[in-house]
Design a protein around this ligand. Sequence first.
Ligand code: GUN
Length: 296
Amino acid sequence: MAANIIDGKAFAATVREKVAGHVARLKEEHGITPGLAVVLVGEDPASEVYVRSKGKQTVEAGMNSFEHKMDADTSEEDLLAVVEKLNNDPSVHGILVQLPLPGHLNEDLIINSIAPEKDVDGFHISNVGLLGTGQKSMVPCTPLGCLMMLRDYHGSLSGMDAVVIGRSNIVGKPMAQLLLGDSCTVTIAHSRTKDLPDVVRRADIVVAAVGRPEMVPGDWIKEGATVIDVGINRIERDGKNKLVGDVDFASAAERAGAITPVPGGVGPMTIACLLANTVTACCRANGLAEPEGLTA
Ligand code: GUN
């Protein structure tokens, strides 16, 4: 069976359109422009690319983009002061501190200094707790994007067996919470899982988020399963640089019912969901109805 390809690039474009529609209404009907502030410390080239892309897409959606670039040797005190200023700025509805931070800065301390209602990454300990207890929270962007694609493809996920491979705070754990919230039976697998092939073979939904190129071969995939590949791994093959996922796409696509490609699958959904979270945060801050279809 040849799998359906879940086109994350096209889906992300529809999310961005919805966001832009909500932004236009917020401006017209309420005179409010949502604002997203991104803080970048240091000069990590990959982070600079991400931050530029975030800024561009924020503006394209009609929102205000605020960028704060700080030197690599910025002190914790100075960074905390910037976050505090953004927390108190009513034109800023979402705050994102780009990770990783330089080694001398305590990431947990910085992330937990962001006002939870402006934490559009969903990394603040309050948001983690709210998500874990099924309460309204800000939801991490990548898992939110995966959930949107799964809901779009399946409608209801109720009763499905889901395996999340990877237990990171950014993807694996919140992904598992979201799937549980949609009434899946969820297994979180990781490097110490005893029989990973067997665990994956039982799953109707496989979310791979480990960061190891093509570690999931096609013969682990149950016939007809839906495969969401979060991995973005740069490898060299036949003398060329290539992006591959955590799943071996060619062999998995022969067995899966549906699969996300790399690139063009989950990747584009992350920034689209960041924009969605910013609109959600703006609506909540102003006591307005939340945009439908853009939250968990
Ligand atoms: N670095 C890479 N991805 C992300 C992300 O989604 N959020 C933050 N804050 N930093 C990142």
